[in-house]
Design a protein around this ligand. Sequence first.
Ligand code: SF4
Ligand code: SF4
Length: 384
Amino acid sequence: MGDQKYVPEKCVWELTLRCNMRCIHCGSTAGKAREKELTLSECLDVADQLLELGNRQTTFIGGEVFLYKGWEKVARRMADGGCLVNVITNGSMMGDAQVRQIKAAGLSNVGVSVDGMRGSHDFIRNVKGSYDKVLRTFARLRQAEVPIAVVTTLLGFNVDELDSLYEVLVANHVSIWQIQVATPMGSMAENSEMIMSPEKMSRITKFIHEKRFEQRLGIYAGDDIGYYDEHEMYLRNRPGTISAWLGCQAGLRVVGIDSIGRVKGCESIYSDEYIEGDLREESLATIWNKEGNFAYNRNFDVSQLTGSCAGCSQGERCRGGCRGSSYFGTGSQFENPYCCYPGRPNCGQQLEDGKQLPGDIDDRTGRNAARPGEGGILRSNDSL
Ligand code: SF4
Ligand code: SF4
């Protein structure tokens, strides 16, 4: 990796599109496996390539990751190479075999999707009883002493359940909670009337900030939560530190790989338009280092910001927020629908005269490690 300008430090890797659920908000419209998904030996080779390029953190997703035979071997290869590895599962099939695989894989945590309290979760997941299965999965993981993380995707109607869900997660000894917002892509594009309205965003940032101070679990904002309201410095950092959003890192520090070996800057952008290459045709290094690839971030210029982001004073560092939520939310990859920056057109708040801009504190104290986008990756908690 040497003097590479960009390093794919963080990866989200879809091992299979096969899934035993049909969730209404599924960005990849998972269900059936893609045709000719990578074989186990191809995956092991890709794992070696990722390590060679300097990858340090990989999250395996599906579909349902446990439906990919041998997933734990790929994860173990990455873990043995010094990479922090976790999976995100729908939590519906946690039996003895899966627990054994998890142990063999050397995961830092298991991320389980929980999208609200019983009624909402079962509705979103399209399976009655799936919430109760998740609770049983928590118990199983706890018994096996596997750190538990949770990812919650918000639509319009489950935002009100955050407080109740928080208590459930704390009671179930969840260590990390990542909150994100559904984007109208994949199956969600057909249910776009359920998408959360931007006005609710400030409730979420306030909630994350407040709960963080209670220190009962590690709570984090996904990359699509933002940006620059009064809570910004307490959304993405590790406990005890402060930080601020520093722009989408797709194709800069983040890479996404799908189950047939196609490479994107971020696996959360489910559009063929973002495919930069195919691992069955070229090596990861070739795709990653190719001139002109990942241009939306590598060649970004602030003049590209459009609509409500055009002319924003935070444009240089924010760069229009999450590319995925911008692209699917406004139709422009350079205009974000969920900005909380006071005074911007999409935000209901005004910045008071003389008030410091959130995230500027690093200029005064040097304590602020500004945090770039993470690519939808569940962080591993230092304290686990
Ligand atoms: S208006 Fe756009 S560029 Fe400015 S802070 Fe908001 S999302 Fe970022
Ligand atoms: S900001 Fe959005 S598109 Fe960019 S890396 Fe993060 S999740 Fe992916």
